[in-house]
Ligand binder design. Structure first.
Ligand SMILES: O=C(O)CCC(=O)C(=O)O
Ligand SMILES: [Mn+2]
Length: 304
């Protein structure tokens, strides 16, 4: 026995209405999916002349980012590196590991970065991340610098990724996993800063002339947990031999005279407390110098 005729007629009307509504529901479903994916695509933070910063706060979903964090945090190659500054060995303010392929060898930030970071092969997880980053950015990358910050005291001092072997203008994608930390940028010689919070699974891209026009840093914070960051780079094959030259020297070789050099801003010339140098001294040697001089020495050494 079926439903009474009046109820059957009402059900037919409801079904017909639902069918008619399908085309109207489809955009709503799309919008919902977009909401869920929101943050997975790169959006511009700022653009200025030939430089830009773009950010995707949720490039990887939580579960994917968790699995990547758990694996990478175990990499045995993640260790402190050190710089020779006026005879003193100075430890880096975070652990690092350099992975490269296609014949790219060790990485030295500068002539003082001895012995530098030896090149490790890409793991399957790093290959997968590189593929995802390459798709999002539309460029190829043959190396990645992994940083591990054990807590909020570990940090990255103001610097630019202006290593000569990267060429002139290029994109540097930066993937973050673990504790969220503020990432600061400022135009060279300027005191105004822009800060972006880099959270678990986020992707930031420093684009174009960013490394020539801007500096960036990851300041100390209180109470942060472990954070991992991966900056992807493309080492230009013809420029491989330039990796261990100081930027000022290499710029002259690369671009000739007249190109801006990496001079400290007015803000950097102000004396700052020793602990703000961002590096732990392992040997005596610079104790008698002013904090300003120490800061300049560190910058000239390429330490970061
Ligand atoms: O950890 C970060 O977000 C920045 C790291 C960085 O600037 C670098 O490795 O050159
Ligand atoms: Mn950097």
């Amino acid at each position: 026995m079926g439903p009474p005729p009046r109820r059957a007629a009402a059900a037919a009307v409801i079904v017909a209405a639902a069918v008619v509504q399908v085309p109207r529901i489809a955009p709503l479903v799309d919008a919902l999916a977009r909401c869920q994916r929101r943050g997975s695509a790169l959006a511009t933070v700022f653009e200025s002349r030939a430089s830009a910063l773009a950010h995707a706060p949720r490039f990887y979903d939580r579960a994917t980012a968790d699995a990547m964090f758990d694996e990478i945090a175990q990499y045995a190659g993640l260790n402190f590196t050190s710089y020779l500054i006026e005879g003193a060995r100075v430890r880096s303010p975070r652990r690092m590991m350099w992975c490269a392929e296609g014949g790219v060898g060790e990485y030295r930030f500068s002539a003082n970065h001895v012995p530098g970071l030896r090149a490790h092969p890409f793991t399957p997880t790093l290959r997968r991340m590189r593929r995802d980053v390459e798709r999002a950015v539309g460029k190829s990358f043959n190396a990645v610098l992994i940083n591990l910050y054990a807590d909020g005291t570990e940090h990255a001092a103001w610097h630019s990724d202006d290593d000569p072997w990267l060429g002139r203008d290029f994109d540097v994608p930066s993937l973050s996993l673990g504790a969220a930390r503020p990432f600061r940028t400022r135009r060279r010689g300027d005191v105004n800063e822009t800060s972006v919070t880099l959270g678990h699974g986020s992707l930031l891209v420093m684009k174009g002339a960013f490394q020539r026009d801007y500096e960036h840093s990851l300041p100390r914070v209180t109470g942060a947990g472990v954070r991992i960051n991966l900056t992807w780079r493309y080492i230009t094959p013809a420029l491989r031999h330039l990796h261990n030259l100081k930027p000022s020297v290499a710029r002259v070789l690369l671009h000739g005279d007249g190109v801006e050099t990496h001079t400290p801003s007015t803000r950097d010339s102000r004396p700052i407390p020793t602990q703000a140098l961002g590096l732990r001294r392992l040997a005596a040697g610079a104790a008698g110098r002013s904090t300003c001089t120490k800061r300049l020495l560190r910058r000239q050494s390429g330490a970061r």
